[in-house]
Design a protein around this ligand. Structure first.
Ligand code: NDP
Length: 681
């Protein structure tokens, strides 16, 4: 008899069998939870002390690399996860969403971390704000890892993605995680955690797993900890009101029920390609994961005169969906996650039918495909129609967490907006329209009630990732009934596990704290040109003040001829005289090029490439006769563990460049980005 184990304080715990977990496909027992008591006080202390310490021994960049290594290891073991996950009722396509989607999220956070986070464990969130007249006192913000543990409680529908989408930003931020999957599908999460441990990429203490109840865990949480939750609104309410969460102001992020909608705009009629695209999207959302997606479409709003056409098309589409054992060839939709869920969905359909009629489903002869499926948690797609939403519509309140959606007619697009808002806050709505003016008009109003809006037309449909797919780089989570939380959204999600603190002090102090040059900080100047120094030797604040150059009319003419830029401000004396500058001025890009000529050290050296510039501003004009000089200062160093194509290690160095004129006025300001070689070993 297989007993699942928790992974607590570095040990796999669980000998005695407790609850039997049946397969959603054939009712056979897949595994048991364990009955062994877990010491949650020990777990959180171990997480903070061992996990926190080990994670802090790495920096943002190293953790990003570890995430990537873990994702690669998991990918090699994908088949094991696929095989086990079949028992949750998931089809191959569903596994793609949960398992590959989870790995994709890890890869995505690994690459965002490498691109957007610094070396070290202090994230500087500028800009620096001068607070005194003479730049002796300034302020800025930093973000640092919270010193506690992150408790992640997940729903049963995504045993892999649900865990990984929370774990990835937490790990990147440098916080240890304690994950608690929903019991009914926790055997898949247990296997994923085993593989993550086996990957060797996880520092000790950075991930713990709870199988079964959270016991007295919440009693042991402290101010530096964080809780995130996905599941029902009722549990979210209960947990966020736990006295310890309230008394200690522990951040609680919830993602709960959501009555997402799809709106067919009045400009789309059956002869348009968008009409079929809309129907396809609704059909797909109803059947993917057997409708057990927090983002699935529950309410389908269509112009009143299109109701019959939409229902007919959906009926045709849904009738082709074969429901049954996902391992059987040709099966398109699997089972719900458990018999309990099946009962729940059936009860909710009955509630919905009090204000709606049935268009598809309710077939007494329904029989899922495959052997042994009579004991599984199968249900066929159910499409309902609420003809008179004005006199009440249960679909605005009842979430049947299965392949169930209700068509709701509307008269004007404003009515559709009002109906959508009756969901009291949703994760996502798809608006299908051909008319950009309709999108421009209603999206701002819709946005107030949503976490994400998916605008669908024939062009977008060619590449759309779909209504129901939260993406790592875009926000997931919605207001109101949807829980009021935020997940994903790129590096924003990492911020949930960091503490933002404003710092005030002299520029030199701010540079020391942020690990970045801050203008006004004390400079370090050597006889050796900074471009002649290797990555390891360069210091933040290391600076070079160049010689001067007087700009001539010949410079302007030569630059104009070379670049082909004969803009009147540089070449038309009369027009330039009447301009705001009152005279001809040099090209901004000439100033930029001339500055490079001033600060570059031409000989072969450790600086390998200039790959761009950021935050460029031309501040004052430069005219013939003006004399410019540049200051180049090492602003930021990022060690991404990169190597050149021939295998030589290198790092990223960002340089602050300021160009001044003879009156000490700044004429140009920007950052340049370079790759700098490390020392030969
Ligand atoms: P629950 O809210 O019951 O459970 C969600 C998670 O919370 C599970 O891990 C569960 O663990 C855990 N949990 C439940 N009670 C407690 C508690 N007192 N202390 C700590 N953890 C607790 O949701 P279900 O999974 O049962 O789903 C119910 C409904 O929620 C669905 O039918 C659907 O309407 C909605 N839902 C919404 C989702 C979304 O993403 N928005 C996703 C999934 C469901 P355990 O399983 O051990 O009880």
């Amino acid at each position: 008899m297989s007993v699942l184990k928790s992974f607590i304080a570095g040990q796999w715990v669980g000998e005695q069998a407790a609850k039997a977990l049946p397969s959603a496909v054939n009712g056979e027992i897949v595994a048991h939870t364990h009955d062994d008591t877990l010491d949650f006080k020990d777990a959180v202390e171990y997480g903070r002390k061992v996990g926190g310490k080990n994670l802090m021994a790495m920096d943002f960049q190293e953790r990003a690399l570890a995430l990537k290594a873990m994702a690669m290891y998991l990918q090699e073991h994908k088949k094991e996860l696929y095989a086990l996950s079949m028992h949750t009722g998931a089809s191959k396509g569903d596994n793609g969403i949960d398992i590959d989607g989870g790995f994709g999220t890890l890869f995505s956070y690994a690459s965002m971390g490498r691109r957007e986070l610094p070396s070290g464990n202090v994230l500087h969130e500028g800009p620096v704000v001068p607070l005194g007249k003479n730049n002796h006192f300034a302020g800025t913000h930093i973000m640092v890892p919270r010193g506690g543990v992150a408790v992640h409680i997940d729903a049963y529908n995504f045993p892999v993605w649900g865990m990984l989408e929370k774990f990835a930003p937490t790990f990147l931020a440098g916080m240890p995680s304690i994950v608690k999957p929903a019991t009914s599908t926790c055997y898949v999460t247990e296997l994923a955690v085993r593989l993550m441990q086996e990957s060797g990429a996880l520092p000790e203490g950075s991930l713990q797993l709870i199988i079964g109840s959270t016991g007295d865990l919440f009693e042991h949480l402290e101010e530096q900890d964080v809780v995130t939750f996905t599941g029902s609104a009722a549990t979210a309410r209960k947990l966020r009101n736990h006295p310890n969460i309230i008394n200690r102001s522990i951040p609680f992020n919830a993602e709960a029920d959501s009555l997402n909608s799809a709106i067919l705009a009045p400009d789309v009629t059956p002869e348009h390609e968008e009409f079929d695209i809309f129907v396809k999207e609704v059909g797909r959302e109803m059947t993917a994961k057997a409708g057990q997606k927090c983002t699935a479409i529950r309410r389908v709003m269509v112009p009143r005169d299109q109701v019959e056409a939409v229902c007919d098309k959906l009926k045709e589409r849904l009738s082709k969906v074969t429901v049954g054992d996902p391992s059987v060839e040709g099966v398109r939709m699997g089972a719900l996650a458990s018999i309990d869920q099946l009962e729940d969905v059936k009860a909710n359909i009955q509630e919905l039918l009090k204000t709606s009629e049935l268009v598809v489903g309710g077939d007494d002869n329904f029989k899922p495909t495959g052997e042994g499926t009579e004991n599984g948690a199968f249900i066929e797609p159910h499409l309902l129609l609420c003809r008179n939403p004005e006199s009440g519509c249960g679909a605005h309140d009842i979430e049947a967490f299965g392949p169930v959606a209700t068509v709701i007619p509307y008269d004007t697009i404003e009515d559709a907006l009002a109906l959508s808002a009756k969901g009291r806050g949703s994760l996502v709505t798809t608006l299908t329209t051909r008319d950009p003016a309709i999108a421009g008009k209603i999206v701002p109003a819709l946005a107030a009630y949503h976490g994400r809006l998916h605008l669908l037309n024939a062009e977008a449909a060619k590449e759309s990732t779909g209504h129901g797919s939260p993406l790592p780089m875009l926000k997931h989570g919605g207001p109101g009934r949807a829980g009021g939380g935020e997940e994903l959204g790129g590096i924003r999600a990492v911020h949930h596990y960091l503490q933002r603190t404003s710092i005030q002090g002299s520029p030199t102090m701010l540079a020391a704290v942020t690990g970045e040059y801050v203008r006004g900080a004390e400079l370090i100047e050597y006889d050796v040109h900074p471009f002649r120094r290797h990555f390891e030797d360069l210091q933040i604040n290391e600076s070079l003040l160049t010689h001067r150059r007087t700009v001539t009319e010949a410079d302007i003419v030569n630059f104009g001829c070379l670049s082909g830029d004969h803009f009147y401000m540089h070449f038309d004396e009369l027009a330039a005289r009447e301009s705001q500058f009152g005279k001809r001025i040099a090209h901004g890009y000439f100033v930029l090029s001339a500055a490079a000529g001033l600060f570059v050290s031409p000989g072969e050296g450790p600086v390998l490439a200039n790959y761009g510039l950021d935050t460029l501003r031309f501040i004052e004009p430069v005219a013939p006769g003006d004399t410019i000089r540049a200051r180049l200062t090492c602003k930021r160093k990022i060690d991404q563990g990169r190597t050149s194509p021939d295998g030589h290690p290198q790092g990223v160095v960002v340089w602050d460049v300021q160009v001044h004129n003879q009156n000490d006025e700044m004429v140009a300001s920007y950052d340049i980005l370079t790759l700098v070689a490390k020392k030969p070993e």
